[in-house]
Design a protein around this ligand. Structure first.
Ligand SMILES: Nc1nc2c(ncn2[C@@H]2O[C@H](COP(=O)(O)OP(=O)(O)OP(=O)(O)O)[C@@H](O)[C@H]2O)c(=O)[nH]1
Ligand SMILES: [Mg+2]
Length: 327
């Protein structure tokens, strides 16, 4: 299938074409990367009515259960939902969402849902790029809401926050003091904090935890100019899912009206351009034949103390290419 044909099939909603295109953006082969870029350039990206939502939280908090509940709720409203994951630890053959398909059984069997396990790019940067490009492909294929689950801690969340409109953090009832090992930086990025498992015996403690977080959130210094909103929900009993969706719709509408949605996406695109260039440059630097030839020797000299580290670094850079002549 040629690029043009593939684009048409994706835009006409073919799941097979979508899956094929995602496989293409996941490939590490140089000519596939070029083909994938040609494909992405041809997609109609004017449809910006989509909603990109990141979902994060400690292991076992109920992310997959929540995604299934929200996904089914949205399909009930006539939406098409795509689920992606960022999981740099996922093994070569299929990521953790594949195992999760059993947890998202009803959603995975629904025709209005598209679930794709995390790419297995090996390193987080690669996985993040592939997920971001898969997201764009899903939008071109007509999916209205893209849910991205992060698996793993710390850096994955930051990568996901750079590709979504809203970032949701799920937490367990209880254990509010130490914030369940969630880093401050992640709290800063979150738009909505959900205390899950507010059901059965856990209802009261979940509500109490939510109140504690609400108080803590009001004291939080944030880089975002919006406040951190907190709810308690039960993904398993499907309680509060409508509340979360209403909040998302209202926030999405408000951001569109204020122009911040488009602005945020444009800043994110610029971030990806810089981050990609920087990663590529680093790789080219270390793979450069002259640099590779020199590096071991320079390392030894630095180790011996016969060469200052800055001079050694300058020598490597000199081997890579002359410094900018204007400076
Ligand atoms: N009581 C209760 N249990 C829940 C709820 N949501 C999820 N669980 C249970 O918590 C366990 C973990 O749920 P998952 O949805 O797999 O959690 P996860 O965050 O996706 O887990 P990882 O992907 O492994 O990090 C399962 O046994 C769920 O049935 C809830 O709202 N209430
Ligand atoms: Mg999960």
């Amino acid at each position: 299938m040629g690029t043009e044909e593939l684009v048409q099939s994706i835009q006409s909603g073919s799941r097979r074409a979508l899956a094929k295109a995602i496989t293409l953006v996941e490939s590490q082969k140089h000519h596939h990367i070029l083909d994938a870029q040609a494909l992405l350039a041809q997609l109609d990206q004017s449809q910006n009515n989509t909603l990109r939502v990141g979902i994060s939280g400690p292991p076992g908090v109920g992310k997959s259960t929540f995604i299934e509940a929200l996904g089914l709720y949205l399909i009930g409203l006539g939406k098409k939902v795509a689920v992606l994951a960022v999981d740099p630890t996922s093994p070569i053959s299929g990521g953790s969402i594949l195992g999760d398909k059993t947890r998202m059984e009803r959603l995975s069997q629904n025709e209005s849902a598209f679930i794709r396990p995390s790419a297995s790019g090996g390193h987080l940067g690669g996985v993040a790029r592939q997920t971001r490009e898969a997201l764009v492909l899903c939008e071109a294929a007509g999916y209205d809401v893209i849910l991205i689950e992060t698996v793993g801690v710390g850096q994955s969340e930051i990568e996901v926050a750079h590709m979504v409109d809203f970032f949701l953090l799920l937490l367990q009832p209880g254990g509010g003091d130490e914030l369940q090992g969630v880093k401050k930086g992640i709290l800063e990025m979150a738009d909505l904090l959900l205390v899950n498992k507010a059901d059965g015996e856990l209802v009261d403690i979940a509500k109490k935890t939510q109140q504690e977080y609400k108080r803590a959130a009001s004291l939080l210094r944030r880089s975002k100019n919006s406040a951190l909103v907190t709810f308690s929900i039960s993904a398993l009993s499907e309680v509060g899912i409508d509340k979360v969706w209403d909040w998302l719709v209202q926030s999405h509408d408000a951001a569109k009206a204020a122009g911040t949605l488009a602005e945020n996406r444009s800043l994110q695109a610029q971030h990806w351009m810089r981050a990609t260039a920087e990663k590529e440059l680093l790789q080219r630097f270390w793979n450069h034949p002259q640099v590779a030839q020199l590096v071991t020797g320079k390392q030894h000299q630095v180790q011996d103390g016969t060469l200052p580290p800055t001079q050694a670094a300058l020598d490597l850079l000199q081997a890579f290419g002359s410094p900018n002549s204007s400076k």
